[in-house]
Design a protein around this ligand. Sequence first.
Ligand SMILES: NC(=O)c1ccc[n+]([C@@H]2O[C@H](COP(=O)([O-])OP(=O)(O)OC[C@H]3O[C@@H](n4cnc5c(N)ncnc54)[C@H](OP(=O)(O)O)[C@@H]3O)[C@@H](O)[C@H]2O)c1
Length: 260
Amino acid sequence: MFLQPLNHPIRHWQGMMIWVVGASSGIGAALAKAMLKQGAHVAVSARTASALESQFQPEVNAMVLPLDVNDSLAWQQAHEQILQRWGQVDMLVYCVADYVPERVWEMQPDRARQMVLTNLAAYYDALAILLPDMLLAGKGHLALIASVAGYVGLPKATVYGPTKAALINLAEILYNDLHALGINVFLINPGFIATRLTEKNDFEMPALLSPEQASAAIMAGMACGDFEIHFPRRFTRWLKLVQLMPYRWRFALMQRLVST
Ligand SMILES: NC(=O)c1ccc[n+]([C@@H]2O[C@H](COP(=O)([O-])OP(=O)(O)OC[C@H]3O[C@@H](n4cnc5c(N)ncnc54)[C@H](OP(=O)(O)O)[C@@H]3O)[C@@H](O)[C@H]2O)c1
């Protein structure tokens, strides 16, 4: 039987107004550049203004809007600037994360709280700001980058993992509520990508991709109208299998990972 895609496929980027938050480096920067190349207008945000300016200022169709996602007022001000110049936001891509690899006993509560705010809670600000216009228009696209670290409890993902599991759960809820109202929801679950974030890992990362390969996989998934865009599949499928294992097997596997 032919299955309909879960989202409306995006095959034409020309003229789309996209806001990529977390675009100063890594996957977000690569994705923003790829979208600009396809003819989209892209507003780019992150805290480091200099990194945004050096990469995007020369682009005619880019708008540099530095912000800290934990500042609600900054979200509103940046949104107003986009509306003034472009009139609307067609797509929000949330590529923001903080990550500290740590075993449970290394966790520091203040740092943990901050990570939960940045990785998860700040996204609710974005939703509150963007949803009213999208609901009124009966169209729009929400793309959020979670992680395969949200599939299962991985070693050293003490705070990062739960925030990603929560984003996966939230994406399902968003899809349930918003798809029928014309809004696409894309859940993006990358495996290991060589970025500033994974530089912190002290182990060999299997099936490592570049940010450019990640952005190509994301845009290909959007062109197919996939709800979950996960890559590279040779790694993510393996983790999906682990997710299906009984806990006894899963825990045994994780013990082997932490002891190597
Ligand atoms: N790399 C991987 O293997 C991998 C795997 C699965 C999922 N992911 C996810 O992919 C997304 C992008 O990560 P990446 O790997 O590309 O890492 P990255 O290069 O460190 O990108 C993270 C981005 O988030 C921004 N950011 C962090 N805190 C912020 C804050 N408080 N306010 C505004 N912006 C903030 C950073 O910019 P500033 O520091 O300039 O603010 C940067 O632009 C994240 O959601 C990450 O969890 C990555």
